[in-house]
Design a protein around this ligand. Structure first.
Ligand code: DGL
Length: 242
C-alpha cells in the first residue's frame, strides 16, 4: 500500500476560468485537498488597473491563508502577469503564477505560427514577448460568465478575433478560454492548443519542506534522529511514552 500525503491547495481566479486549472490539478494530483475562490462579483479583471487588481487579489490571498492552505495557485493570467510579485511579497505561503510554466514550455519549443489570446491587461504586460502574435480578446470572458459559451454571439466574437489570422499553435493565455476550445475549433479545426492549466499541473513541484511533519517515538535515540534528518527537511521530533 502506498501512503498518501495530502496538501491543501488554494486556487483562485476572477471567476470560472480558474476551474479549468483546478480540473487539471485534480486530474494530476487527486490525493490533495483543494479550496477554490472565484471573484465573480468583481469579474472581469482583464481591463482593471494594477491597483484594482492588487486590492481585489490581496483579499483573496488572505482568505485562502485563513483556510490554512499549504500553497496558492493564481489561476488567472491577468493577475499573474500584473501583480504576481506583489502577491508573493504579501504572503509567506508559497504562491505560484499560471504563466511561468507555459513561458518556459514555449522557450523550449519551436512552434510555427504561434499566437496568444488573452485579456487586455495580460497582452499589455508584454509577458509573452514579441515573437508571438498577440491578440487581446476582452469580449470572451463576459460571454463565458453569462453562460453564452455556445452562442452565436460567441462564435461571431471568436471569428472576429481569429478568422483572418494565420495560426497553427494557440496559447490560451486566459484561464477562461479552455471553456471555448470547441468553439475555436469550429473556426480553426486543426489548431493546437497550449493550455496553461495543463502545463502548470504537469510541472508543479510540491516542495517536501512545505509538509508539516510531527514524529513521535516511544524511545528516541541518535540513530533515529540522524536517519530522520537524512530523510526529511522540516519536521518536529519528540519522544512520547504512551
Ligand atoms: N481568467 C482570467 C485570466 O486568466 C481573468 C479574466 C477576466 O476576469 O477578465 O486572465
Amino acid at each position: 500500500m502506498n501512503a498518501v500525503i495530502k496538501m491543501r491547495i488554494g486556487v483562485f481566479d476572477s471567476g470560472l476560468g480558474g476551474l479549468t486549472v483546478l480540473e487539471a490539478l485534480i486530474k494530476k494530483n487527486p490525493q490533495n485537498e483543494y479550496v477554490y475562490f472565484g471573484d465573480t462579483l468583481n469579474i472581469p479583471y482583464g481591463d482593471k488597473s494594477k491597483e484594482e487588481l492588487l486590492k481585489l487579489s490581496s483579499k483573496i490571498v488572505k482568505f485562502l491563508e485563513s483556510k490554512k492552505v499549504d500553497i496558492i495557485v493564481i489561476a488567472c493570467g491577468t493577475l499573474s502577469s500584473n501583480v504576481y510579485s506583489e502577491l508573493d511579497d504579501l504572503t509567506t505561503t508559497p504562491i505560484y503564477d499560471i504563466l511561468s510554466p507555459t513561458r518556459e514550455f514555449l522557450e523550449n519549443q519551436k512552434l510555427n505560427n504561434l499566437a496568444v489570446i488573452a485579456t487586455e491587461m495580460t497582452i499589455k504586460s508584454g509577458v509573452f514577448g514579441s515573437d508571438i502574435i498577440s491578440i487581446a480578446c476582452p469580449k470572451i470572458v463576459p460571454l463565458i460568465e453569462a453562460g453564452k459559451s455556445d452562442s452565436e454571439e460567441m462564435q461571431k466574437v471568436l471569428e472576429g478575433y481569429l478568422k483572418d489570422k494565420n495560426i497553427d499553435n494557440l496559447v490560451l493565455g486566459c484561464t477562461h478560454y479552455p471553456l471555448v476550445k470547441e468553439q475555436i475549433k469550429k473556426i480553426k479545426p486543426n489548431i493546437n492548443f497550449i493550455d496553461m492549466g495543463e502545463i502548470l499541473a504537469e510541472n508543479l513541484k510540491i516542495e517536501p519542506s512545505k509538509y508539516q511533519l510531527d514524529l513521535y517515538f516511544s524511545s528516541l535515540n541518535e540513530t533515529i534522529k540522524s536517519l530522520v534528518a537524512n530523510m526529511f527537511k522540516d519536521y518536529k521530533i519528540e519522544e512520547r511514552r504512551l
